[in-house]
Ligand binder design. Structure first.
Ligand code: AP5
Ligand code: MG
Length: 222
């Protein structure tokens, strides 16, 4: 099961991937989460990417390609993976395709989560994240049990630095300029499905379930 989730910032890629990873027993590889972990650790890579992420611009292709190809070739990805946030440009998609073609392991399904701009803005404005475990909440649609605290480890929830309104504008521009062309690339390659990401979390999950059970007839417990 090798799956790509595509979509604009705030469409719900991470939220859907977190549900699918539990059910499918394959790792959730979120490029943004991997890069944020490097920033938290203060690594050279983290220092190099922080200025791009804080301003809402994409990190250069060569850096992201190296990090993500490394991640998806680790032993825990032997049975597959869910890619969230990668690829995000045509050169990234081509590099991924080259790597997977060489390994004889093509992508099985590409799911595009589409969402309207006003929905995206409301979602990013209300998002809260746990700085310890990375769990994702929303003040209205996915609140924690205890206000401001992570359900898993009781840490104080935070807003993501790039969820600032001006940075969101830049992220959306970058999405339209560099990532949207991937929709045509993957639609032409087949095994591509568009989901209505404006729906609530359960409805989005059910749409994904329908696509995946059609693609993988062996999956009956999603
Ligand atoms: P990244 O972390 O990938 O951010 P993004 O793509 O902008 O997407 P988000 O994580 O903001 O949104 P999401 O779609 O995951 O939504 P979520 O599920 O959280 O990238 C950040 C930065 O890293 C980039 O700007 C760039 O600098 C760099 N980067 C990363 N990958 C790169 C690459 N490949 N190349 C170059 N640079 C790269 O949901 C949002 C909120 O809505 C949450 O609060 C959630 O609870 C709520 N919610 C989710 N779904 C629903 C629903 N259906 N109904 C109601 N509420 C919902
Ligand atoms: Mg995300």
């Amino acid at each position: 099961m090798r799956l790509i989730l595509l979509g604009p910032p705030g469409a719900g890629k991470g939220t859907l991937a977190a549900r699918l990873t539990d059910r499918l027993s394959v790792p959730h590889l979120a490029s943004g989460d991997i890069l944020r972990a490097e920033i938290r650790q203060g690594s050279d890579l983290g220092t190099a990417v922080q200025k791009y992420m804080d301003s809402g611009q994409l990190v250069p292709d060569d850096v992201v390609i190296q990090v993500m190809i490394h991640s998806l070739t680790q032993p825990d990805c032997a049975a597959g993976f869910i890619l969230d946030g990668f690829p995000r440009t045509l050169p990234q998609a081509q590099a991924l395709n080259d790597k997977l073609t060489d390994s004889g392991l093509p992508i099985d399904s590409v799911i595009y989560l589409d969402a309207d701009e006003e929905v995206i803005i409301a979602r990013l404005a209300g998002r809260r994240v746990c700085p310890l475990c990375g769990a994702n909440y929303h003040l209205q649609t996915m609140p924690p049990a205890k206000y401001g605290k992570c359900d898993r480890d009781d840490a104080d929830l935070q807003t993501r630095p790039d969820d600032d309104p001006e940075v969101i504008r830049t992220r959306l521009q970058e999405y339209h300029r560099l990532t949207q062309p991937l929709l045509e690339y993957y639609a032409a390659a087949g095994r591509f499905a568009r989901l209505d990401g404006n729906k609530n979390i359960d409805q989005v999950y059910r749409q994904a379930q329908q696509v995946l059970t059609k693609t993988f007839s062996s999956i009956d417990d999603l």
